[in-house]
Design a protein around this ligand. Structure first.
Ligand SMILES: *Cc1c(COP(=O)(O)O)cnc(C)c1O
Length: 362
């Protein structure tokens, strides 16, 4: 087969390992695999099929109805939570037909349920805003809204409760504990299953392990915790992003490299031109010095990333040839490090791999 200029190889073994690891962190909770945004760029159907076949998770979560429908179309049978719930009354029939769980986060959704004529018993999660101030009903309104929800004929008997943490990636941040207390105090003596933890809280905040946890980033093998490596946390990268050397340049001291000539060779040196750029999803903001692995040797980015290429300082590398494999992130090169060097987070890098990149599951 012709080698791809830019390729992501996904590891089934790493995905299963990370799902098991998420379970080990929280052995008494059920696990929801968050596969929104095309499973953070990994391919939602493929990820769901693997996890469903191996019975490594109890449910899936996506952000929107369309994402859930693609999974049902692909034959995914497990419970699917739609994290934004329904946003139009007409959607209620579809939630019912496809057996989708709806998050109810706003009063208007309860009005839709009250006004709907559908003959259904929808599975509903009432989301409480405990301090993120994005989606969720206010604690002061909780009792009243829960009562209204329970009176809806279209709602299944047991309403579940959820909340979402804003700062759980930082072990020192006290807001997570405040949100957790607010969640429990708000629910008070109401019975119903609960869910609070995202990846960071699964790892760092065991008091928030309730009936269901929602793992996203950790499933894909990046670290959800500030300044802690995925490897130390027991996670393995699922996504390996590779490109190839397509040219080698001999530079003289003072030569300017790339657009804007922002990088100037500090000495006579060799430069590799690598076949991936921001048009493939490599971040343009990655600074010179960002690590890459080239033919199993550490090297670093030199000069601006362009659309189809990036350039690498070969100082200290031996025997680099046309066609050599270049790791941009993945095994041996944590995506967290690349994200940090580009002033972003691993989530955006995973989501940003573009359509032209070849994808292979191993
Ligand atoms: C995206 C999302 C998650 C998963 O977050 P990770 O940090 O990727 O684990 C969990 N819950 C909700 C409500 C989300 O939107």
């Amino acid at each position: 087969m012709i080698l791809a200029a830019a390729i992501v190889e996904f590891s089934t073994a790493a995905l299963l390992h990370n799902a098991r690891t998420a379970r080990e962190y929280a052995p008494n909770s059920k696990l929801i695999a968050v596969i929104k945004a095309n499973a953070y760029g990994h391919g939602a159907v493929q990820v769901a099929r693997i996890l469903e076949a191996e019975a490594e998770v109890d449910a899936f979560a996506v952000a929107r109805l369309d994402e859930a429908l693609s999974l049902r179309d692909a034959g995914i049978k497990k419970k699917i939570l739609v994290l934004q719930g329904f946003t139009q009354i007409e959607e209620l029939t579809i939630f019912h037909e496809h057996q989708l769980d709806a998050v109810v986060h706003s009063e208007y959704q309860i009005e839709y349920l009250e006004n709907s004529q559908i003959n259904a018993s929808l599975s509903v999660w009432l989301k409480i805003d405990t301090g993120m101030n994005r989606l969720g009903v206010q604690p002061a309104q909780f009792k009243l809204l829960l009562t209204r929800l329970r009176e809806c004929r279209s709602v299944a008997d047991e309403v579940k409760f959820m909340t979402h943490f804003a700062n759980a990636d930082d072990r020192q941040d006290r807001k997570t504990q405040q949100q957790e207390s607010c969640f429990i105090e708000t629910i008070n003596d109401e019975t119903g299953q609960k869910s609070a933890a995202n990846s960071a809280a699964i790892i760092a905040f065991p008091v928030a392990h309730y009936d269901w946890n929602r793992a996203g980033l950790m499933l894909y093998g990046a670290s959800p915790i500030l300044d802690e490596s995925a490897q130390v946390l027991g996670l393995k990268p699922v996504m390996n992003f590779y490109a190839r050397v397509i040219a080698v340049q001999q530079l003289q001291k003072g030569d300017a490299v790339g657009y804007g000539g922002s990088w100037i060779a500090p000495k006579n040196m060799c430069l590799a031109v690598v076949s991936a750029g921001y048009g493939d999803g490599y971040p343009r903001a990655a600074k010179s010095g960002t690590p890459v692995i080239i033919n199993n040797q550490q090297a670093s980015l030199a000069g601006r990333v362009s659309m189809d290429m990036l350039t690498v300082d070969l100082t200290g590398c031996n025997d680099i040839n046309i066609g050599d494999k270049v790791t941009l992130w993945g095994d041996g090169l944590p995506i967290n490090e690349i994200a940090q060097s580009a002033g972003t987070i691993p989530y955006t890098l995973m989501c940003g791999i573009t359509a032209r990149v070849r994808r292979v599951w191993l």
